[in-house]
Write a new protein. Sequence first.
Length: 293
Amino acid sequence: MDQAIPSRLCGRPFNETDLARLRQEIALAQPPLRAEIARRVCRALEWTDIQGRPKLMSARVGLLRLHRAGLIVLPPPTCGNGNGRRFVPRPESRPEPIPVSVPLRALSGLRLARVDDRRASQLWNGLIERYHYLGYSPLPGAQLRYLIQWDGGLLGAIGFGAAAWKVAARDRWIGWTPAQRQAHLGRVLNNARFLILPWVQVKHLASKVLSLAARQVSVDFPARYGERLVLLETFVETPRFAGTCYRAANWHDLGETTGRGKCDRTHRAALPRKAIYVYPLAADFRAALGVVA
């Protein structure tokens, strides 16, 4: 059965008239491709940024949400997202391993450089594939990626993607209903990858980067996707990691996942358990997520 029409979609007001226009643009799209539909929707709904450029990524994220809710039907994707294919990093994504072992205050110019072009993207992907224990896979949905830099060079990488659809402990802590979660999940972002390069040994660097990232995504996410961001989440595999840097950066520990995962059908909890951490970006985050006090 179709879900209720959301009152907002990726930060913009949305109603039945908009939904009808979307369905019309889907029917008229030639060729019938998701990219072409996103372009038509941006023109039809005047979905542009402050410089008048079509917000194609926001449109595609919003269209996918409506498709998954049963409100529209999108054509099948014509290109895979790389799942099932081994990612081979480029040689230039292997930086020279120059040891960095200094006090945190000595890292002049510590910053997060947003990944905005192909070269930076290839570097980020390669670093994650080579040095992160999970390796590289495309981040889902709305996303932001950064290279961790200082005046002396490269220190690591951090990336955020779409929030998990259902997490029992998180959802209880927020206090939202399934309908509220569906309507407002786009205001939650998942810290899916975090890498400090293995030759970088700087005490408290990880928690400092998390603090920088919380401020940065609060600005970059609405600028890119037109939606206010109010909560971050992450999942830390235990006992591989203790989650110390998240606690030091004042993230809230909500307990552990069940180890089942979204594809579990046998109820055997075969996946590693993960600690659940969240970080509110606003005092009114529950109200922004639809929870009525």
